[in-house]
Design a protein around this ligand. Structure first.
Ligand code: ADP
Length: 581
C-alpha cells in the first residue's frame, strides 16, 4: 500500500495529506537553483509545520560519503548518517545523549533523519534537530519522508545547476588564462603571466614554476609570485626529491592538504601549510612543475586541482612557444653576426686584391717591356729555344696583365657614374662589334647586327658601356669553339632599351646560370677543362649595367648556345613640341 493511499484512509491521514501538500507547495515555490541556499529555504518552509531548531542537508558522493550542503555545523553523528545511507530508511533519534556518538552541537537532544532518493538512487540525507528530547512524532516522520521524495528532484536540479555554473566559471578562467599566457613570446613575460594569473585565479598565497634542467635532472624555480626571494633561491630539488621532484618524476599531481602531517615534507618556507603541485608536460615530456601554496591547511579542492592541471597544459605550450621563439631569435642574431663578419672579410679581401693588383701593375709593365725588347733582338740575336721560352713568358705576362686590369676595372665598374650624358647604345654596340670582328673571324664566327633604324639613347658613361659589350662579345667568341654565328640585337620599348648577345656555343647549365655573374666564378668545362679567363668579365658587366640602373640576365641551354640580355632605362630627349611655357 502506498503512503499516499494510506494517508487517504483515515481522518488523520487526510490531515497529514493536507500538511504534506501545503509543505510541498511552500517548498516548490521557495525552491532555489542555488545549492548552498537550499537548506535555508527548506528550513523556512518546514518550520511552518514542524518545530525544530536545526536543519541539515547532506549529499553523498560515489563513495557514499556524506558532505553537508552550506556551512552548517553537523548536529548528528557520522554513524547515524551512515545508517540512513546504508538502510535507505528514516531514523528518529529520540534522545541524542544515548547515541553512541553524539553530534558536535550538544544542545541538540533529538533528531529526525530521512533519506533523499532519486528513483532507487540515494543522493543524500535530510535531517532536523531539536533542543527537546523526543521532539519528532511518527507523523512528522511521514511528512518529512514524503517531502524528501519531492525534494530529490529539486536537489538534483540545483546540483546540476551548480556543476554547470562551476564549469562555466572554470572555462572562462581557463580561456582568460590562455589569452593572457599567449599575449607575449618573451619567456620571462610568459612565466610571469602564468604565476600571477594563477595566483589571482586560485586566490592562493604563492604560485611558482620550477623548470627541469634535463642534463642535471634538477628542478629550479624559474618564476614565482607571492614567494619570498630567499625561498625561491634556496629551492633546488633533484628528480624524485620532495613534492615537486616526485611530481616531475611520476608525472601526476600531488596535493599535500596539511604539510605538518605529511611525513618527510621538505620545507623551503616554514609557513607553507598546504601545497598543490602538478606536472608541466609537453609532448609526453615533463619540463617542470607548477605549484600553488597556502599558509592555511586544506586550502585547495578537487576543482582547484583540475583547473591547475588544465592550466598547466596551456602553460607548458606557452613556455615551449616562447622557448622556440627565443631560439629562433638567437639564430637570427647569430646569422646577422655571421653575415656582418662575412661582409667585413669580403671587404678586406677586396681591398687586399685591389692593393696587390695595383702593386703588380708597374713591375708587370717592366717585365713586358723587357721581354718585348729581347724578342725584338735588340740586345742581340736569340736562339730558337730562347725565342720559344720568351714567347711563353710574354703570353703568361699578358694573361697576368689582363687579370690585373680586370680586377682594377671591377672596382671602377661598380662606382657611381660621374660623367653622365646621353649615349647612343646603337653606336656603342656597333663599335664593340667592330672591335671584335677580327677575333671573331679568326675563330670562324660571323657577327650579325640587328639594330633599330632610330638611334636609341641611354644616360650613362660611353666608355663603360662599350666595356659591357666587349665582354659579352668576347665571351660569345670564347665559348663558341665550333664556330657558328653571333647575333647582337637592340630593341627599344617605351621605357627601356634591351640589348642581347646570342651565340651558338657550349651553353651554360641551368644550375650555374645564377652564379656566373659572381666574381671569379667560372663554370667547369667538360672533363674539368676550362677555357682561359679570370671569371671577372660578367661581374664587371653586372656592375656597370647596375650602375646605369639596368639589369643583366642569361638564357642558355648547354650544347645549343647562350643569350645574354642587358636592359637599361631609355632616354628620350624632349622634342621641341614637348616644351611648354
Ligand atoms: P671568364 O670568361 O673570364 O671566365 P666571365 O665572368 O666573363 O669570366 O664568365 C664567367 C663564366 O661564365 C665563364 O667562365 C663561363 O663558364 C661562363 N660563360 C660566360 N659567357 C658564356 C657564354 N657565352 N657561353 C658559355 N659560357 C659562358
Amino acid at each position: 500500500m502506498s503512503l499516499v493511499s494510506l494517508l487517504h484512509d483515515s481522518a488523520q491521514g487526510t490531515a497529514l495529506y493536507s500538511r504534506v501538500l501545503a509543505l510541498l507547495d511552500a517548498i516548490t515555490t521557495a525552491a532555489t537553483l542555488s545549492l548552498p541556499e537550499l537548506p535555508g529555504h527548506l528550513a523556512r518552509a518546514l518550520s511552518k509545520d514542524i518545530a525544530f531548531e536545526r536543519l541539515g542537508l547532506w549529499l553523498v558522493d560515489e563513495k557514499k560519503t556524506p558532505t553537508p550542503v552550506g556551512n552548517s555545523a553537523p548536529f548528528v553523528g557520522y554513524e547515524s548518517l551512515r545508517w540512513v545511507i546504508a538502510n535507505h530508511a528514516p531514523l528518529n533519534i529520540r534522545d541524542m545523549t544515548r547515541e553512541h556518538r553524539p553530534g558536535k552541537a550538544t544542545s541538540i537532544l533529538s533528531a529526525l533523519l530521512v533519506p533523499l532518493q532519486s528513483g532507487n538512487r540515494l543522493i543524500g540525507v535530510l535531517g532536523l534537530g531539536s533542543t527537546r528530547r523526543d521532539a519528532f512524532s511518527a507523523d512528522d516522520e511521514y511528512v518529512l519522508l514524503t517531502v524528501a521524495r519531492s525534494l530529490a528532484a529539486i536537489v538534483e536540479n540545483a546540483r546540476l545547476h551548480q556543476e554547470t555554473t562551476r564549469r562555466l566559471a572554470e572555462m572562462t578562467t581557463l580561456y582568460d588564462l590562455a589569452q593572457r599566457m599567449n599575449s607575449s613570446l618573451d619567456l620571462q613575460d610568459v612565466l610571469k603571466t602564468i604565476v600571477t594569473s594563477l595566483k589571482d585565479t586560485l586566490k592562493c598565497r604563492g604560485c611558482s614554476i620550477a623548470l627541469l634542467d634535463p642534463t642535471h635532472e634538477v628542478l629550479e624555480i624559474a618564476m614565482a609570485a607571492g614567494i619570498k626571494p630567499e625561498w625561491e633561491r634556496r629551492f633546488r630539488l633533484r628528480l624524485g626529491e620532495g613534492i615537486a621532484g616526485r611530481v616531475a618524476l611520476e608525472g601526476r599531481p600531488i596535493y599535500v592538504p596539511d604539510t605538518l602531517k605529511w611525513e618527510g615534507f621538505i620545507f623551503f618556507d616554514p609557513s607553507v601549510r598546504s601545497l598543490l603541485t602538478v606536472p608541466l608536460v609537453l609532448k609526453q615530456r615533463i619540463i617542470g612543475t607548477l605549484s600553488v601554496d597556502s599558509d592555511k591547511p586544506h586550502a585547495f579542492t578537487g576543482d582547484d586541482e583540475r583547473l591547475l592541471t588544465i592550466a598547466a597544459t596551456q602553460a607548458a605550450a606557452a613556455i615551449e612557444n616562447a622557448r622556440l621563439y627565443s631560439g629562433l631569435e638567437q639564430q637570427v642574431r647569430n646569422l646577422a653576426e655571421a653575415y656582418a663578419e662575412l661582409k667585413k672579410t669580403e671587404r678586406l679581401r677586396d681591398e687586399f686584391v685591389q692593393n696587390v693588383s695595383h702593386e703588380l701593375r708597374i713591375p708587370l709593365t717592366f717585365v713586358r717591356s723587357y721581354v718585348e725588347l729581347l724578342l725584338e733582338e735588340y740586345p742581340g740575336p736569340l736562339t730558337a729555344d730562347q725565342r720559344k721560352y720568351l714567347e711563353i713568358i710574354a703570353e703568361k705576362t699578358n694573361t697576368m696583365s689582363r687579370l690585373v686590369n680586370d680586377i682594377m676595372e671591377l672596382q671602377q665598374a661598380g662606382a657611381p657614374l660621374i660623367r653622365r650624358s646621353p649615349v647612343s647604345l646603337s653606336d656603342v654596340v656597333h663599335r664593340a662589334v667592330e672591335g671584335c670582328a677580327a677575333a671573331a673571324a679568326r675563330a670562324g664566327l660571323k657577327i650579325v647586327e640587328q639594330l633599330p633604324e632610330e638611334r636609341v639613347l641611354v644616360i650613362g658613361d660611353e666608355h663603360r658601356l662599350i666595356q659591357v659589350f666587349d665582354n659579352l662579345l668576347g665571351n660569345a667568341i670564347k665559348f663558341s669553339p665550333n664556330g657558328g654565328q653571333i647575333v647582337v640585337r637592340l630593341e627599344s620599348t617605351r621605357s627601356v632599351v634591351r640589348a642581347s648577345v646570342s651565340d651558338q656555343g657550349i651553353g651554360i647549365p641551368k644550375e650555374e646560370q645564377a652564379r656566373i655573374f659572381d666574381r671569379f666564378y667560372r663554370v667547369d668545362g667538360s672533363g674539368g677543362q676550362r677555357i682561359g679567363g679570370s671569371g671577372l668579365g660578367l661581374a664587371i658587366v653586372k656592375s656597370i649595367v647596375e650602375a646605369h640602373g639596368g639589369e643583366v640576365w642569361v638564357e642558355s641551354e648547354p650544347g645549343k648556345g647562350s643569350t645574354f640580355y642587358v636592359s637599361i632605362p631609355q632616354y628620350r630627349p624632349p622634342r621641341a613640341g614637348d616644351i611648354t611655357g
